[in-house]
Design a protein around this ligand. Structure first.
Ligand code: NAG
Ligand code: NAG
Ligand code: NAG
Ligand code: NAG
Ligand code: NAG
Length: 328
């Protein structure tokens, strides 16, 4: 195991250099694994994150740590679900499996993508979330992006191959382009399909000026841009190609983006090298940070900058990772 990692490490390292390292790292214990994304509320409270047992938890400070905020399944019981693996098809439909999440900062509502229940919303007091998009079939909802001006919600689903097999290794080998970008309009309750043929769209974000939405295509190792406004409205283009598989993408308060990128090799076992890349609104990679020292070969799902700190999420860890940056 170790020699394989070392060989891979030296093989891929020149590829990603220069990589900056962040020295101060802290981890905050989560009640369960499966934390895929972070959200902060309008008062910058949080972070909030979804767990694989169907809970959304909120960080309440050093004494209380992460506490339950919301759940997605109305027939979920703590005894049956807390600490269980909602990625398991026997558990998930009862307990829920919360993934992407983002607040609408005007209304204070938290929108949640649940693998089994689709798009959900819960008010700022938490509790059991309400299901939206009744009658719409999703193939594993994952990323959420909110247009903070219009209130429109963009949601990705990973596609029919992943939703049937749940096997990333298989998809890395064989590919998949059955993912979609959907839009939910809270003013009309209408859901429309915006883009099809996406290669496992694992994350999405709306630009600060609301002119485009970015979609991270995991299998294609790239970010696609879909224009919402302007002369190119309703068209899409490649925004940036990446050295590995991207997951969530989040905006900074200055309008740049952080994307979690995982360089993965089948060698013959799957080896992962986790990175964060900061990208400008015109698609330039501004900064590459590697998390190898703290995460080893653990796949990371999100990198988010908030208040000078970098929050890293991985569905495989039972902690939330926080870096204090050198520059930010
Ligand atoms: C809870 O609801 C889900 C969806 O309606 C259903 O699949 C599951 O069987 C229910 N679980 C229990 C324990 O009632
Ligand atoms: C996932 O796919 C790989 C490659 O096709 C296969 O070798 C492996 O057995 C699959 N894993 C599971 C749990 O089905
Ligand atoms: C949308 O759904 C909500 C809750 O189900 C309902 O109160 C509202 O009237 C609906 N709006 C429209 C325009 O149908
Ligand atoms: C983009 O598509 C939407 C929905 O189909 C439509 O309402 C709008 O007019 C289109 N805009 C342009 C500039 O084509
Ligand atoms: C990475 O490896 C170190 C040393 O073995 C270990 O202490 C740490 O828990 C590992 N981190 C993760 C996220 O697996």
């Amino acid at each position: 195991m170790v020699p394989i990692i070392l060989i891979t490490f030296f093989f891929i390292f020149p590829y990603i250099a220069p990589a900056q390292s962040y020295h101060s790292f802290k981890s905050f214990k989560l009640p369960s694994i499966g934390s895929e994304a972070y959200a902060f509320d309008s008062k910058n409270g949080g972070p909030y994150t979804g767990l694989n047992d169907g809970r959304v938890v909120k960080y309440q400070g050093p004494e209380l740590g992460f506490q339950e905020f919301a759940t997605t399944s109305s027939n979920r019981s703590k005894e049956l679900c807390d600490g269980k693996n909602g990625d398991d098809a026997k558990v998930g439909p009862t307990c829920g499996r919360t993934i992407g999440l983002e607040f609408n900062h005007k209304t204070g509502d938290l929108y949640i993508a649940d693998a089994f229940y689709g798009l959900m919303v819960v008010g700022s007091d938490g509790g059991v979330a309400r299901r939206l998009c009744y009658g719409v079939h999703f193939d594993y909802p994952d990323g959420i992006a909110i247009d903070q001006v219009t209130g429109d919600i963009y949601l990705t689903d990973l596609g029919s191959i992943f939703s049937k097999t749940n096997n990333m290794t298989d998809i890395l080998l064989k590919g998949d382009s059955t993912g979609r970008l959907l839009k939910y309009d809270p003013k009309t309750n209408q859901t429309t399909v915006v883009l099809t043929g996406l290669a496992m769209p694992a994350g999405a974000v709306v630009s600060g000026d609301g002119s485009f939405v970015l979609i991270a295509e995991y299998v294609a190792c790239r970010i696609t841009r879909f224009w919402l406004k302007g002369p190119k409205a309703n068209t899409s283009e490649i925004f940036v190609n990446l050295p590995g598989n991207p997951d969530n993408i989040k905006r900074t308060n200055t309008g740049d983006f952080w994307v979690a990128v995982n360089i993965q090799k089948l060698n013959p076992k799957l080896i992962v090298f986790p990175l964060g890349q900061k990208i400008s609104p015109d698609g330039r990679i501004l900064e590459t940070v590697n998390f190898y020292q703290e995460y080893n070969a653990t796949y990371v799902t999100e990198v988010q900058e908030n208040d000078g700190l970098i929050y890293v999420a991985s569905i495989y860890t039972d902690f939330a990772g926080v870096y204090r940056g050198l520059k930010c």
